[in-house]
Structure formats: C-alpha cells, structure tokens
Design a protein around this ligand. Structure first.
Ligand code: ACO
Length: 428
C-alpha cells in the first residue's frame, strides 16, 4: 500500500493512500487526529472524500459520468428511468424477472394513502412544492410500517418502490392542489413517465393520452438526474442516514438540500434568467457583463459546476433532447435561442474559459420541462423525482455497511475564548 508523508513541526507521519477502481487516489486521514492531534480543514468539502462508494463515477476533467460503470450516454439512449433506477439502487441491470417484480411494486404503491391525501389540504394554496414534497415524503414514512424501526433486506425493495412510485404521485397531487383540480388516481396500465403525465395533466372528464416522444424526453430527463455522487443533497441523505434514520426521513432531507438555487433550484433560475433577457430588461450582452461583475451578485445560471471543469455530459444530451422535443411538439421557444446565444458567447469569453465554466445539467433541462408543460415552480420537484434512485442507493450503502458509523465532522473553532458570565445589571 502506498503512503503519503505529512510533516509538521519537525515530526512526520505516514498516511495510507487509497486507490479507487478508476485509479482515483485519496489520502486516508481517518487516524490523523489520533496520531497528530490535528484535523484537516476544507470548507465546502471540495477536496474531501466523505465515503467510498460503488454507485456513480464522475471524471469532471473529461466530462465523464457513469452509473454503476454504464456511461450516461448509453443509458439515456437505451434504458428507461425505472430500469436505470434499479441499476443505480442494486448495482446491476435487472433481468426480466427483477424488472417485472420491481415494476409490479411500483404499480402497487403508486396510489397515495387516502389519509395522506387529506394532508394536502393543510398547506396554503401557494405553498412551495419543494416544501410540500419534503414534508410528504416524511409523512409517507408514517404510512410505511416496514421502515419504521424494522426495515431489513426482505422489505427494502418494497420501501424503495413505495418511495420511488409515490414521489411522482405526491408531485402531481401538489400541482393539482395548487391549480384547484381534483387529484388523479394513477393508472396501472401506464408506465412510470406516462403515469406521471396522466396524474399531472388528466382531469376526470378529460384523460390525456401521453405522447411517446414526450414520455421519452421525460425518461431521459429523469435518467440524467438519477445520481451524481456526493453532491449537496446526496451527502445530506447520507449524513441523515448515518444516524440510523429511515429511508423516508433521509430522502426528505435530500429534498430540502436540493431546494437551494445553487443546487436543484438552478433549473428554475435558468428559466427566470432567460425570461428576464427575453422581456428585454437586459440584453444578453449586458447580462453577460453583469455576471462577470462580482459586485452585481448575479451568476450565469446553469453554468459552472463544482466537479465538471470541462463540459457536463448531461447538458449535451439535454441540449439535443430539447431540439428534438421542441421540433416534435412544433414549439418555437425564444428562450432556447437565447440560451444558445448565451452559451455561444460564454464559450468564447475569457472569463468563462479561464474559470472552466461550461453549461451544466440545468442549462437546457428547463427548456424541455417547459415544452412538456411542467410549470416553473415544479422544476426542482422534477429534479427530486429524478434524483430519488441516487438518494435511495446512497441510503442503501450506508444502511448495508457492516458497521453504522455516524457522520460527524469536526471544526476549527474561531469564537471567543473562555470568559466568565456577566450578570445582567453589570452589562454595558
Ligand atoms: N456565473 C458567473 N461566474 C461564475 C459562475 C457562474 N455561473 N460559476 C462560477 N463562477 C465564478 C465564481 O464567481 C468564481 O470566480 P472567482 O474565481 O473570480 O472568484 C469562479 O467562477 C469559481 O467559482 P466557484 O463559486 O468557486 O465554484 P464552485 O465550485 O464553488 O460553485 C456552482 C459551483 C455553485 C455550481 C457555481 O458554478 C454556480 O453558482 N453556478 C450557477 C448556479 C448553477 O447553475 N447551479 C447548478 C449546479 S449543477 C447542480 O447542482 C445540479
């Protein structure tokens, strides 16, 4: 085993170097504090491996993304979201029996418990859908006896299917509540994406027939969001799971982490930015100047990524998918032209080139979601539906580990040193 040497104050220590299957190297500092009394400091965790994981591989410099070894391009082209979900969760492509069993479980659990349907009435009509989703996923745990304290291998698949199936039913019900339409029951004859579209867009006296091309675009969107190793929300899921919390509680926390505009919320922010430019408040050129000015507080939304310092492979696939679906639906979306224009300008601009900023997954995904009729405030919810397999798989890795070890980082304290309590009457 190779080692790295750390020297400090005339002393030196050998630290083991761990190598991953793709030759990534990590210095194992698990005994650093015990040996040296020091910890590492890495705010934002850009240089910290929080775990060893066998789920997703990313090479950010080369623009590579693989789930369980399979390139994202192949999965987006040939797989379905449900098959990819099973792959991400279980580590292999399902055989026919496994696929059929999982599919039957998804159908069995698609319907929201009637008591849970009443929970929706308790939210104000304009409640943010991500708040409802997080709350409802936690509530779902209460209707899932197998997870509350006695989850094991025999019922894990049942829980995973319940969560994966109902996240889409909850999302659609949230939308229906918001627009004042009756919630639609799922249809057992529809596949995952088609059923979601039915629950979103059918009404009791007008059932839609989902367009296969739209269903395919939706499948691609979901596949491309299925996992992305130790991002903010997935790390949150692992953090919560490491305390022994159940799958539903852990994934509900993932939804909260995803909500932020620097993470999943960026897909909404991209469309808002493009709309602002379209309305003529700012020309694309003026907008680009503003994002380069640090005082403006603006960013080119949908650009840049903590890990990809080259193109994000998901954005390339989604750009093509956006072209296809807009042509199919005969939609001429001016926002797509603005997005293309901004990308063209950014890719030639030294500000973006020097900082290695390229379009990320969110830059084109919103155009697709708009085209298929998903309202803007549901965009991040769509991301959450897509990310559910990754959260479940990461939860499973923690849950299946031989020893549950709580995640508990340390800190460098920078506050006041010891001082004595001052009685209220003596304070200045
Ligand atoms: N527009 C303008 N400048 C940017 C952008 C951007 N979108 N992204 C990064 N920069 C600049 C930073 O200001 C910084 O400049 P400096 O070196 O002169 O100070 C430099 O590029 C490095 O950026 P960091 O913020 O250090 O990069 P970090 O890895 O911390 O952040 C992040 C990555 C959060 C994604 C960032 O690029 C960003 O805010 N992008 C816009 C929001 C977005 O699209 N988020 C979605 C990410 S993908 C996902 O979560 C699914």
């Amino acid at each position: 085993m190779s080692t790295a040497r750390l020297e400090y104050n005339g002393q030196s220590w050998e630290l083991p170097v761990v190598e991953g299957t793709e030759k990534e190297l990590g210095i194992d500092i698990s005994e650093l504090r015990a040996k040296t009394g020091m910890i590492t400091l890495d705010e934002g965790y850009g240089n910290t491996g929080s775990c060893q994981s066998a789920i997703t591989y990313i090479d950010g410099d080369k623009g590579v993304l693989r789930y369980r070894g399979y390139p994202i391009e192949q999965l987006a082209e040939q797989s379905s979201f449900v098959e990819t979900a099973w792959l991400v969760i279980y580590g292999k492509l399902p055989n026919e029996a496994e696929r059929a069993r999982f599919s039957a479980l998804l159908t069995k659990h698609a319907m929201i418990h009637e008591s849970m349907r009443n929970h929706f009435q308790g939210f104000p009509n304009n409640a943010p859908p991500m708040a409802i989703l997080s709350a409802m996923i936690n509530a779902l745990g209460c209707f899932s006896p197998e997870v509350l304290g006695n989850e094991d291998e025999s019922n894990f698949e049942e829980s995973a299917a319940r969560l994966l199936s109902q996240v889409r039913s909850i999302a659609a019900a949230t939308y229906k509540m918001h627009i004042g339409q009756p919630m639609m029951y799922p249809r057992p004859d529809f596949k995952y994406a088609e059923n979601f579209m039915h629950m979103m867009f059918s009404v009791p006296n007008g059932r839609i027939t989902p367009d296969p091309d739209v269903a395919r675009a939706l499948n691609q969107f979901l596949i491309l969001h299925a996992d992305h190793e130790q991002n903010c929300s997935t790390s949150t899921v692992r953090m919560v799971a490491s305390s022994g919390a159940n799958m539903f509680a852990s994934c509900a926390a993932g939804v909260s982490a995803l909500w932020g505009p620097l993470h999943g919320g960026a897909n909404m922010a991209v469309i808002q930015m493009l709309e602002e430019i379209r309305k003529g408040d700012l020309s694309p050129a003026a907008y680009m100047e503003k994002v380069k000015d640090k005082n403006s507080g603006l960013k080119l939304m949908g650009f840049g990524h903590r890990v990809y310092r080259n193109f994000d492979p998901r954005s390339r696939i989604l750009q093509k998918a956006a072209d296809i679906i807009l042509a199919k639906l005969k939609i001429d979306d001016p926002l797509l032209d603005i997005a293309r224009h901004l990308e063209e300008v950014a890719l030639k601009d030294s500000y973006f080139i020097d900082r290695k900023l390229y379009p990320n997954v969110d830059f084109y995904s919103g155009i697709i979601l708009r085209a298929i009729g998903i309202p803007l405030d549901m965009f991040t919810v769509m991301f959450a539906i897509g990310r559910m397999p990754g959260w479940i798989a990461n939860y499973k890795e923690i849950h299946d580990a031989p020893r549950l070890k709580i995640n508990r980082p340390r800190q460098i304290y920078t506050g006041a040193t010891k001082r004595d309590y001052v009685p209220r009457e003596e304070r200045g």
